[in-house]
Design a protein around this ligand. Structure first.
Ligand code: SF4
Ligand code: SF4
Length: 240
C-alpha cells in the first residue's frame, strides 16, 4: 500500500508556472538564524550565483573591503572561482562560485564571511543604505530554500552536515521551512507566491504535520564572535 503521508511530502505543486516541492512544508527549521549558536556554518563552502551577479558585487568592492575583517581577502580577483558552469537555474544560464579561504581558527569559509560570522555583502549593503539583500546572491538569501532544476525546494543536500539547523537536528526545530523563510520567499519570488504557499500550507499541511517543539539550545558550533556590538547580521548562506 502506498504511504499517503510519504506521497504528500514528496510532491510537486505549481503556481503561475513555477514548480514547488512540498518539502518546504514538511521539513522543520530552527526558530531563527543565530550566529552565536551556528556561526553561519551554511556559508562554509561558499555559494553559487549567476555569473553576472559578480559585477553587482564588484560595483561595491570598495565598501565591501572597508567592512571586511583584517584576515579576509581584499584582492577582488580572488573573490570568485575561475570556473563558470552551465546552470539553467540562474538567469544567464551560467553560475560562478564564491571562493573560500582558511581563517585563523583553521576554518574554511566563504571569502565574504567576516570574523563575526557575518556576510560582508550584507554588512556593506546596510552601510550603503541599500536593502540588506541588495548585493547578496539569491541562493544565500533563500537558504534553506533553494531553486534546483527549476523547482523551489528545501535544500536537503546542503543541510545534511549542518550541526544546528541541519536536516538531522530535529530537536532544534520549531517551525516549518516555509514559516522560517517568509521574508525571503516574498523578497525573491514575490508576495503572490508567498500568499499561495501560505494558503496551501494552511489547507494541506499545517493540520497534519507538527514540527517538534524546540528545546532551549545553547550548543555553540563555533567560538562566539568577539565583537558582539556589531549589528546582528545573519548568514543563511550570513541573515538578519
Ligand atoms: S541557515 Fe545558516 S545562518 Fe541559519 S541557522 Fe543554519 S547555519 Fe545558521
Ligand atoms: S551569505 Fe555571504 S558569506 Fe555566506 S555564502 Fe553567501 S556570500 Fe558567502
Amino acid at each position: 500500500m502506498i504511504n499517503k503521508q510519504a506521497e504528500e511530502t514528496d510532491k510537486i505543486i505549481e503556481f503561475n508556472g513555477q514548480k514547488i516541492h512540498t518539502s518546504i512544508f514538511t521539513q522543520g527549521f530552527v526558530p531563527g538564524c543565530d550566529m552565536k549558536i551556528c556561526g553561519g556554518q551554511c556559508c562554509d563552502c561558499g555559494v553559487y550565483m549567476d555569473k553576472d551577479f559578480r559585477n553587482v558585487i564588484l560595483e561595491h568592492k570598495e565598501v565591501i573591503k572597508e567592512v571586511m575583517s583584517p584576515q579576509q581577502i581584499k584582492d577582488e580577483s580572488q573573490w570568485f572561482d575561475e570556473e563558470i558552469i552551465e546552470d539553467d537555474d540562474f538567469p544567464s544560464g551560467y553560475a560562478a562560485g564564491s571562493n573560500v579561504f582558511v581563517d585563523n581558527i583553521d576554518r574554511e569559509k566563504c571569502v565574504f564571511m567576516d570574523d563575526n560570522h557575518y556576510c560582508s555583502l550584507q554588512v556593506a549593503a546596510m552601510k550603503m543604505g541599500l536593502h540588506k539583500w541588495a548585493i547578496k546572491p539569491t541562493h544565500c538569501i533563500l537558504y534553506p530554500v533553494t531553486l534546483m532544476g527549476g523547482v523551489i525546494m528545501f535544500d536537503d543536500e546542503h543541510s545534511d552536515n549542518l550541526l544546528y539547523c541541519g536536516i538531522h537536528e530535529k530537536q532544534n526545530f520549531s517551525q516549518s521551512v516555509l514559516e522560517g523563510t517568509q521574508e525571503e520567499i516574498k523578497y525573491v519570488f514575490g508576495e503572490d507566491m508567498l500568499n499561495f504557499l501560505n494558503d496551501y500550507y494552511k489547507k494541506n499541511f499545517a493540520p497534519k504535520y507538527s514540527i517538534e517543539t524546540a528545546q532551549k539550545v545553547d550548543r555553540r558550533i563555533y567560538p562566539n564572535p568577539e565583537n558582539s556590538s556589531e549589528p546582528e547580521v545573519h548568514n543563511k548562506l550570513g541573515e538578519q
